[in-house]
Every structure is written in structure tokens, then in C-alpha cells.
Design a protein around this ligand. Structure first.
Ligand SMILES: *[C@@H]1O[C@H](CO)[C@@H](O)[C@H](O)[C@H]1NC(C)=O
Ligand SMILES: *[C@@H]1O[C@H](CO)[C@@H](O)[C@H](O)[C@H]1NC(C)=O
Ligand SMILES: *[C@@H]1O[C@H](CO)[C@@H](O)[C@H](O)[C@H]1NC(C)=O
Ligand SMILES: *[C@@H]1O[C@H](CO)[C@@H](O)[C@H](O)[C@H]1NC(C)=O
Length: 184
């Protein structure tokens, strides 16, 4: 009886110790002041320029599948150019870095996570993160914006995306992204 009382006491003391140290660890406001302005809606359009094959390829396929054989389990990794226009030579504002997997047996539907990494323009230094389902069978696909850093801290919103063209001879393609993002 006494032993069990002692054990309980030790557990309670340990719990108190852990919870008080957890509270201290959560107090970030002194070390990192954060003042949020007004949340605003920003809308812009960007184009991903992709090279499917060759020395300058911006997409690689791991495990099964390839660009023309998007079977269940195909895993792709992208580092596409992010540009203001669909034409070659359009002003580049960053890179679209993504990991995607075809996670459907019946449709070429990607489960993907993508970062728009801005290295120029208004959002230089910031990253916008998109995650969702991208069913390539659809002309227009909609994916959620799940966050970001820099200008896109606390970001939420959605993108609407459509493939503008795929040139299977030159192995290049351009994909349009209309971004609607709420951020501070
Ligand atoms: C790859 O990119 C380099 C540098 O931009 C360019 O000179 C070369 O022609 C490209 N190669 C191919 C196969 O497109
Ligand atoms: C893609 O995969 C298919 C089926 O395995 C194959 O026939 C084709 O040659 C591959 N294409 C490329 C570009 O590797
Ligand atoms: C973008 O930001 C980086 C890092 O802050 C800076 O070095 C670079 O000069 C900027 N580029 C432009 C085009 O503003
Ligand atoms: C993006 O916006 C433009 C201009 O409003 C529109 O013409 C285009 O169809 C939109 N694209 C997508 C994928 O929603």
C-alpha cells in the first residue's frame, strides 16, 4: 500500500515537472516576436516549365513508371522552372520543387507535395507549399495551399492548374498555376 502511494507520488511529481518544462519550451514570444498584420488575398499566375528527358531534365522517375507510362506507384521528383509566362525565355522567379506519386490504380492521379521556391520578384526568399491530389485526366485541377514561410507564413488557399502544352518531340511541357492565397 505504502509502496504504491510512493509510486503514485513519484508519477505525479514527474508529470508536474514535465508539464512545467513543456510550458517553458512553448514560450516563444520573447525570443521571436511576431506581429501579424491584416490577412490579405493575393492572386497571381505562374508557369512551370518542365523538361522530361535528356541532360537538362527537370523531372526524374524513381521505381516504376515514366512520363509516358504513369502507372500506379510511379514516383516523380520535379525541379521545374517557375516563370511569369508560358513562352521559353519568360522571366524566371524561382523553382517548383515537388514529390509526386501516382496513388490510383484507375487514373493518372498524383498525390503530391510541391514547394514554389521564390528566388526573384516580390516573394524572393519565400516558399509557398501546395499539397493535394492532382488528377492529370482533368483539364483543370484544384489543389490546396497548406502553408509556407516568409511572406507565406500561415498561408492558406488554393491553386487551379492546367497543362498548357506538352511537346513530346522536344520533351518539354508548360503547366499553368493560378494561385489564390490568403496570407499576412
Ligand atoms: C542544357 O542546358 C544548357 C545550358 O542552358 C544548354 O547549353 C544545352 O544546350 C542544353 N541541352 C539540351 C540537351 O537541351
Ligand atoms: C516508359 O515505360 C514503358 C513501359 O515500360 C516503355 O515501353 C517506354 O519505353 C518507357 N519510356 C521511356 C521514355 O522510358
Ligand atoms: C533574392 O534574395 C536573395 C537572398 O536574400 C538575394 O541574395 C538576392 O539578391 C535576391 N534576388 C533578387 C533578384 O532580388
Ligand atoms: C487562370 O486565369 C486566367 C485569367 O483569369 C484564365 O484565363 C485561365 O483559364 C486560368 N487557368 C486556370 C487553370 O484556372
Amino acid at each position: 500500500m505504502a509502496a504504491s502511494f510512493q509510486t503514485n507520488l513519484i508519477i505525479i511529481l514527474l508529470a508536474l515537472l514535465l508539464s512545467s518544462s513543456a510550458t517553458i519550451a512553448q514560450e516563444l514570444d520573447v525570443a521571436e516576436p511576431l506581429s501579424l498584420g491584416r490577412e490579405k488575398l493575393t492572386r497571381f499566375r505562374l508557369y512551370l516549365h518542365e523538361v522530361f528527358d535528356g541532360r537538362n531534365a527537370t523531372v526524374v522517375y524513381a521505381a516504376v513508371g515514366n512520363a509516358t507510362n504513369l502507372v500506379f506507384g510511379t514516383i516523380s521528383v520535379l525541379n521545374d522552372i517557375l516563370a511569369l509566362g508560358p513562352e521559353p525565355g519568360s522571366k524566371v522567379v524561382g523553382r517548383a520543387q515537388a514529390l509526386g506519386a501516382i496513388a490510383s490504380q484507375t487514373q493518372p492521379a498524383l498525390t503530391m507535395i510541391m514547394n514554389f521556391v521564390f528566388t526573384d520578384g516580390k516573394f524572393n526568399g519565400s516558399v509557398l507549399t501546395i499539397a493535394g491530389r492532382n488528377n492529370l485526366n482533368l483539364k483543370v485541377r484544384e489543389l490546396p495551399i497548406v502553408g509556407g514561410n516568409g511572406a507565406f507564413r500561415f498561408a492558406r488557399g488554393y491553386v487551379r492548374t492546367s497543362t498548357i502544352f506538352i511537346n513530346s518531340v522536344n520533351k518539354v511541357g508548360v503547366v499553368e498555376y493560378n494561385v489564390s492565397v490568403l496570407h499576412y
